[in-house]
Write a protein that binds this ligand. Structure first.
Ligand code: 3PG
Length: 211
């Protein structure tokens, strides 16, 4: 069950977390990110167009992995699957979600913020988790501390991660990738300047290469 999550975590060091206002822009946004080298896209279920956006990206941009973010309830599971999402992220790790996704055909990444939450998710068989909100709950220091007793858990810190801090997170042995919304700033989305999305993605990956 968790091999695909490992593959997802290893696919791109940066996962673009996007809240898409208009579904008709989804394909252009996904293509712009992919052109910049970021080919894993988490579409948050925070806008009315999110599911439609996932559907369009899954259909028209096959070279990206698109999934759902902000999955908070069991009732969202089927719509997310129906939209064609290839993975799902949650900000939390409720027992309801941990259980619902145990037999999921797509990787599910629960959100955790403490040792107890990591152990709870682990007890349900999960080995890949989102640290959320990463900067608020302790960032790198927390990840280092969690890595001591639980070195087998892989994290995707998200929440407050920025282009300039991504590399510091990715240096940690228990961090496979980071997530962030900085790749699609609100003003860029409203102006439709997709070339800027590509530029930010490229610049972010370039920063990682330079370490
Ligand atoms: C998320 O849902 O993962 C976060 O809202 C992303 O956090 P950020 O906006 O601080 O990058």
């Amino acid at each position: 069950q968790f091999k695909p999550t490992e593959a997802l975590f290893n696919r791109s060091p940066i996962i673009a977390v996007v809240s898409i206002d208009k579904a008709e822009n989804a394909v252009a946004i996904a293509r712009a990110l992919a052109e910049g080298g970021v080919d894993v896209i988490e579409v948050t279920l925070r806008t009315p167009s999110a599911l439609k956006a996932i559907e369009l990206i899954a259909r028209d941009v096959p070279d990206v992995a698109v999934g759902a973010g902000t999955v908070c309830e069991r009732s969202q599971q089927q719509p997310v699957l129906d939209a064609g999402a290839q993975f799902a992220f949650s900000p939390g790790a409720t027992l309801e979600l941990l259980e619902a996704y145990q037999d999921s055909p797509i990787p599910f990444v629960p959100g955790v913020a403490s040792a107890t939450e990591v152990l709870t998710a682990k007890s349900y068989g999960y080995s890949h988790m989102k640290l959320f909100p990463a900067e608020v709950v302790g960032g790198r220091a927390l990840l280092k501390a969690l890595g001591a007793p639980m070195p087998d858990i892989r994290f995707c810190p998200t929440g407050g991660v920025r282009m300039e801090t991504a590399a510091d997170y990715l240096e940690l042995p228990n961090v496979s990738c980071v997530g962030g919304s900085w790749l699609l700033p609100a003003e860029v989305q409203s102006s439709g300047n997709w070339a800027e999305v590509t530029r930010i993605a490229k610049a972010s990956l370039e920063l990682l290469r330079r370490g």
